[in-house]
Ligand binder design. Structure first.
Ligand SMILES: [Zn+2]
Length: 254
């Protein structure tokens, strides 16, 4: 799957969601998705557990986000899972140690969906040299982790233009699979920087949100699902695998 293809899919998807040429705010995105047969759950799965998972069957899409991870990461994870749903044919994602190629594609989708190059340049301008403050600004403006913003700027402006500390950084393709050591370091760095500049730090902390999609339009009852031929067996397996309470999930869907 080439990058042009993914970028085209992103343009089509953004247009479909009514998000053409605007920065995606997570609350807006969540609202739009929830009205489009996406069932999005936030729950605490622990800091070192998976970031997220997705399940789709026909038109029904389930996305689970681990809210034990920082808020910025959760936003990226949501976009990553959307990438799987839009781009890939498989039913269940991110449950087992998976295909690196698919992960890279989902990350590329997430990065470009949340931070399209033209929007980023429109918001931030054409940098000559990127400062840490710029990285923090991109992270704040596009509601992603410091690390995701760093890699995005690196991919557009090149290593030469990054702050000295990051001059030796290795460009990794797969952000969501990144090593946990760096992940914590970046969150810590972002918190320190934000705190010294008196900027909101909440993006770099877990919000530990528990959210079940019970705000879904009532008519979409379990019966409706059945009419749409979702296989409950598979869905239940998925829910149990994630350690969610099936009764709670089913209640939320009613
Ligand atoms: Zn994935």
């Amino acid at each position: 799957m080439n990058k042009n293809y993914i970028n085209k899919e992103i343009t089509v998807f953004r247009r479909k969601l009514g998000l053409n040429n605007i920065v995606v705010e997570e609350a807006t995105l969540l609202n739009i998705l929830q009205n489009d047969k996406y069932y999005i759950f936030y729950d605490l799965f622990g800091r070192d557990s998976f970031s997220g998972a997705a399940y789709k069957e026909g038109e029904i899409k389930f996305i689970i986000i681990n809210s034990s991870q920082s808020k910025g990461r959760q936003n990226f994870t949501l976009a990553h899972e959307l990438g799987h749903i839009i781009l890939h044919d498989k039913n269940i994602f991110d449950l087992t140690q998976e295909n690196v190629k698919l992960e890279k594609e989902a990350d590329f989708f997430a990065t470009n969906f949340l931070m399209p190059e033209h929007l980023l340049k429109m918001e931030i301008g054409d940098f000559k040299k990127i400062s840490k403050m710029d990285i923090l600004m991109v992270s704040q403006r596009f509601r992603v982790s410091f690390e995701a913003a760093l890699y995005r700027l690196l991919s557009i402006y090149g290593k030469r233009n990054m702050p000295a500390d990051y001059g030796k950084i290795k460009v990794v393709d797969v952000i969501s699979e990144f090593n946990n050591k760096n992940k914590d370091n970046y969150d810590k760095e972002a918190r320190n920087l934000a705190s010294s500049l008196k900027i909101d730090e909440s993006l770099y902390y877990p919000d530990e949100k528990m959210h079940y999609p019970n705000n879904i339009i009532k008519e979409r009852s379990i019966r409706k699902y059945k009419n749409e031929k979702i296989s409950f067996g598979k869905l239940l397996e998925f829910i149990k695998f994630l350690g969610l309470d099936p009764d709670k999930v089913m209640a939320a869907l009613k």
